[in-house]
Design a protein around this ligand. Sequence first.
Ligand SMILES: [Zn+2]
Length: 141
Amino acid sequence: MKKEMKEEYLLPRCKFCGKQMIADTVLQSDKEAEEYAVMHCDCELARDYQEQVKKEREKEENKKKIRDAVSDFAQYCEKKLYVFDPDAEALLIAAGETVLNGKIENIAVNVFGVKITISLSAKGKLKFKRSYKESAVVEVM
Ligand SMILES: [Zn+2]
């Protein structure tokens, strides 16, 4: 009896249009119920909200990808005993985010003989490409 009351209490309702729905998952709080409703409603404002949340998530994922790619490169530098300057690191992250935000199409940076190209694919995915030019020149006397 008590359980039923609780479920009824957490029946999600869209905050934009007031549509009520039945959740296919357990909702722990009013906030969760509201979020569920807004994410599952098909009214215009809810759809706008869903789109915004999706974009926000993609942006966060892409930001994480930039940081991962830069940190990968930092590890490469460490292995090679190059001193990867924090300014260079900040620049690469900023460059990645600028490409991501569509302010520039692509950017190429050369660091320690490694060409780093940051661009967006046709599908809007961030590409962080490293090309090494390891041509060892041995000078013979
Ligand atoms: Zn709605």
